[in-house]
Design a protein around this ligand. Structure first.
Ligand SMILES: Nc1ncnc2c1ncn2[C@@H]1O[C@H](COP(=O)(O)OP(=O)(O)OP(=O)(O)O)[C@@H](O)[C@H]1O
Length: 251
């Protein structure tokens, strides 16, 4: 469980980027965060990932205040081309963080193979990242996070750099692994439809300073599909509501 309380941050004494933010994410929940450009989404994720120390407030993960990169956390970034190491095979990229878990060589290989299978890339294990399409590289990033078996997965605009069809496939992959493994996921997106399609709950941020504007429970059935769910009147209603909130229009 993640508990953020009174979180505020300003870079080098400038005007605050985040202010007075309180947020809880329950175990096994998939929460999406959406907001206008510059509202502090990436800053918030950096605070949760222990990459920066917030100027105010605290972030507690599973009962422990975060003051460095927590062991039980994995992050998937938007820029897959910079997050995979080009001189390592797909298998070795996926297995690399498992050293931190103290896994031996055969355990690392076995867990990497299993994670690659779960993202449909069992056959690509011996290839290098640059031999794969962008969507496949992002699958490798997701497999690397899954192999690590984090209790908490942070995703920062993970599908921002792939084409629309691949994006839908990857969204469904996240829902599938979330269901299968039950891990807690916090996913940041620019995309209003995506925030509703994926979320159990959508957190809408406002900017200047970055803060929580509204939180909406998504009452759609847990099993979603790209065509049926997007046509569901509840989806259409929520999308309009989130869209209005992101643009600062009251609904
Ligand atoms: N390292 C930094 N040093 C100084 N200011 C920063 C730094 N990182 C972000 N900022 C500022 O903080 C504000 C919020 O940035 P942040 O990247 O957290 O927002 P965001 O919501 O993720 O934006 P976007 O959606 O455009 O990616 C912006 O005004 C940005 O210029």
């Amino acid at each position: 469980m993640l508990e953020i309380s009174g979180l505020g941050h300003s870079y080098g004494g400038a005007a605050p980027v985040l202010k007075g933010m309180d947020l809880k994410v329950a175990e096994g929940e998939l929460v999406t965060i959406v907001g206008p450009s510059g509202c502090g989404k990436s800053t918030l994720l950096r605070c949760i990932a222990g990459l920066i120390a917030p100027s105010e407030g605290k972030v507690v993960l599973n009962g422990t205040a975060i003051d460095g990169v927590p062991d039980e956390l994995a992050v998937v970034f938007q820029d897959y081309s910079r997050s995979l190491l080009p001189w390592l095979t797909v298998r070795d990229n996926v297995a690399l963080p498992l050293r931190r878990r103290g896994a031996n060589r055969s355990e690392r290989r076995e867990q990497a193979a299993e994670a690659l299978k779960s993202v449909g890339l069992a056959d690509a294990a011996s290839k290098y990242p640059w031999e794969l399409s962008g969507g496949m590289q992002q699958r490798v990033s997701i497999a690397r996070a899954l192999a690590y078996r984090p209790s908490f997965l942070l995703m920062d605009e993970p599908f921002g750099s792939v084409d629309a069809q691949t994006r839908e496939d990857l969204e469904d992959l996240v829902l599938q692994v979330h269901r299968a493994q039950g891990m807690t996921i916090l996913l940041v997106t620019h995309d209003i439809d995506e925030s509703v399609y994926l979320g159990d709950r959508v957190v809408v941020l406002a900017r200047n300073p970055g803060r929580i504007r509204e939180q909406l429970q998504v009452t759609l059935p847990a099993t979603r599909d790209q065509i049926g769910t997007r046509a569901d009147p509840e989806f259409v209603r929520l999308r309009a509501e989130v869209g209005g909130l992101v643009r600062g229009v009251a609904h």
